[in-house]
Design a protein around this ligand. Structure first.
Ligand SMILES: [Zn+2]
Ligand SMILES: [Zn+2]
Length: 252
């Protein structure tokens, strides 16, 4: 399984892009960053996008991708997967004909650029040789993380979350975990209010996993505090943990 970090920051900032994780060039987890870093050919290979929650930093590149597709008249459909809450938010507040055109009807309802797929939390489903499962997490809007299995590799991505429970039951011994830490330790009160994690809160969360994942990739740092958060993560002394940087590629 090849994991490409298109963006991994908890903000838009010089040198940092919002969260997007490309698996084997074709499955995208969150859509914070697409067209600003991928060539057209690379963009066309993405046919399935899994959204964790409706916050703008996780959906912002879907409309721009739709626009890139229609510009080339590719007769090309991208399926956007999300829970009913996420799909409603996209339909009502983004592709609503006001903020952006309704690309589920362009160029035609029969042959659209965007197709919505509503997923049920906890139910495993098959997509292009992978099995995918959405597991609810704890954020200020309805949010899930994703567990993705290929033939012999398993990756779990939490998306944005504060202290949570269920998803840790799906992380034991997996090949890779992408987990958020948004704030430095001295901003824990803001992390609690906004339902994010700090490094010291992450330690409590990881203690809920029976067997730690082989690799732990930390995402969603606020770029203003990137270096502090990196040092605080190093101080945790956990094998195989690292703070992600955009543009990195891993074979897991
Ligand atoms: Zn969020
Ligand atoms: Zn976010």
């Amino acid at each position: 399984m090849r994991l490409q970090i298109l963006g991994s920051a908890g903000a838009e900032y010089p040198g940092f892009h919002p969260p997007s994780f490309l698996i084997d060039g074709q499955l995208l987890l969150d859509a914070g960053t697409i067209g600003s870093v991928l060539s057209e050919e690379e963009q066309w290979k993405i046919r399935d996008i899994f959204i964790t929650h409706s916050h703008l930093d996780h959906i912002r590149s879907v409309p721009a991708l739709a626009d890139n597709i229609i510009m080339k008249n590719l007769k090309h459909t991208v399926t956007v997967h999300g829970t009913a809450d996420v799909i409603s938010a996209l339909r009502d507040h983004m592709f609503n004909g006001v903020i952006w055109p309704d690309f589920t009807k362009i160029p035609s309802a029969k042959d659209p650029v965007i197709l919505y797929s509503i997923i049920e939390p906890y139910l495993e489903f098959a997509v292009k040789g992978y099995t995918v499962q959405a597991i609810p997490v704890n954020h200020t809007v309805p949010a899930v993380g994703y567990r993705v299995n290929s033939a012999c590799r398993t990756l779990v991505y939490t998306g944005d979350t504060g202290p949570t429970e269920d998803i840790w039951n799906y992380c034991s011994g997996v090949d890779a975990l992408i987990v958020e830490v948004s704030f430095p330790n001295n901003m824990e009160s803001l992390a609690q209010v906004t339902r994010h994690l700090t490094s010291s809160m992450l330690i409590d969360e990881l203690s809920k996993i029976a067997e730690l994942p082989k690799r732990i990739f930390v995402t969603h740092p606020k770029p203003q505090y990137y270096d502090i958060i990196r040092r605080e993560i190093e101080c945790l002394g956990i094998d195989g943990i690292e703070l992600l940087h955009d543009g990195s590629v891993y074979d897991i």
